[in-house]
Design a protein around this ligand. Structure first.
Ligand code: NDP
Ligand code: 8X3
Length: 253
C-alpha cells in the first residue's frame, strides 16, 4: 500500500524538492503552504513528471492554529490516512544584533518555526497514530546546534525544534511513531531572500563561491531516512556542504 506524506512549506526549496523525490518513491502527497498558485503549479508538474501520483493541496498559514486544525479536520476521508509528516515550513527574518532586532521579525520566526510546527504536529499526530508505519521528520538546522552572530532568534527557534524533536520521540515512543531531525547547513533556496526581506543581491552573496546544498540533496536524505526498516529510527542528522565547517566558517572560492 502506498504511504501518504504531508509536507508543510511545499511551495519552495526543501519542501518542494521533498514532494518530487517522494512522488518518485511512490508516495501519495498532501502539500500545503501559503502560496496557492505555487501549489497548483507544483501539483500539475508532479503529475506530469510522475504520472499516477495522487496529490492533494491546500493553502495554509501554519501560524494560524484554528486554520491548521480546520484544514486537517476537513481533509477528505481518502486523505486522512497519513503515514509521514514533514514539518518543513519555516523561515528566518533579519540578521540583526539582539539589541536592534525587529519585534515583528522575532514574532514571525517564533510563530512559524516553533508554534506553527507545534500546531501542525498536534493536529496531525492523531491521524499518524492510525498508521502502522508513522514517521515525523522535523526540519531543524545547523542553527539549532550552534549560535552564530546575529542569528539570535532564528537560532533560538531552531534550538526549540531540536528540543521538540527529542520531546516528540519520548512522548510518541509507546505509539511506535518514528521521529527524526534533519538539520541542514547552507541550502540554496529562497531562504536568504526571505531572511533579507527580498534583497536578492544580499541573498545571492550568501551562496557566492560556495557549492551549497540543494533542496534535492536534503530531500534525498529524507527519503533515505524514511525508507529504513521499521525498527530503525535515525534520530538526528546534521548535513553540511563540504565547504562549510560551522554556521559561519565557510571556504569560499
Ligand atoms: P524556502 O524559503 O525556499 O521555503 C520555505 C517554505 O516554508 C516555503 O514553501 C514557504 O511557503 C513555507 N512557509 C513559510 N512560512 C510559512 C507559513 N507561515 N505557513 C506555511 N508555510 C510557510 O526555504 P527552505 O526550503 O530553505 O526552508 C525550509 C526549511 O528548512 C525551513 O524550516 C528552514 O528554516 C530550514 N532550513 C533551511 C536552510 C537553508 O540554508 N536554506 C538550512 C537549514 C534549515 P509559503 O511562503 O508559500 O507559505
Ligand atoms: C539555515 C542555515 O546557517 O543560515 O537554517 O542558519 S543558517
Amino acid at each position: 500500500m502506498k504511504r501518504t506524506a504531508l509536507i508543510t512549506g511545499a511551495s519552495s526549496g526543501i519542501g518542494k524538492a521533498c514532494a518530487f523525490v517522494l512522488a518518485k518513491e511512490g508516495y501519495r502527497l498532501i502539500l500545503c503552504a501559503r502560496r496557492t498558485e505555487r501549489l497548483q503549479e507544483l501539483e500539475e508538474t508532479i503529475k506530469n513528471e510522475h504520472p499516477g501520483t495522487d496529490v492533494y493541496t491546500f493553502t495554509l498559514d501554519v501560524r494560524d492554529a484554528a486554520a491548521v486544525q480546520d484544514a486537517i479536520s476537513a481533509l477528505p476521508e481518502a486523505w486522512k490516512n497519513i503515514d509521514v509528516l514533514i514539518n518543513n515550513a519555516g523561515l528566518s527574518q533579519g540578521l540583526d544584533p539582539i539589541q536592534a532586532g525587529k519585534l515583528s521579525d522575532w514574532d514571525t520566526m517564533i510563530d512559524t518555526n516553533v508554534k506553527g510546527l507545534l500546531y501542525v504536529s498536534r493536529a496531525v499526530i492523531p491521524l499518524l497514530e492510525k498508521s502502522s508505519n508513522a514517521h515525523i521528520i522535523n526540519i531543524g538546522s545547523i542553527a539549532g546546534k550552534e549560535v552564530y552572530p546575529n542569528g539570535n532568534v532564528y537560532c533560538a527557534s531552531k534550538h526549540a525544534v531540536d528540543a521538540l524533536n527529542k520531546a516528540m520521540r519520548i512522548d510518541l515512543l509507546e505509539k511506535g511513531i518514528r521521529v527524526s531531525a534533519i538539520n541542514p547547513g547552507m541550502v540554496e533556496t529562497e531562504f536568504s531572500e526571505v531572511r533579507f526581506h527580498g534583497d536578492t543581491e544580499r541573498a545571492k552573496a550568501v551562496y557566492k563561491g560556495v557549492d551549497a546544498l540543494t533542496g534535492q540533496d536534503i530531500a534525498e536524505v529524507i527519503a533515505f531516512v524514511l525508507s529504513r526498516r521499521a525498527h530503525i529510527n535515525i534520530n538526528d542528522l546534521l548535513i553540511m556542504p563540504t565547504a562549510q565547517a560551522t554556521g559561519t566558517i565557510v571556504n569560499r572560492k
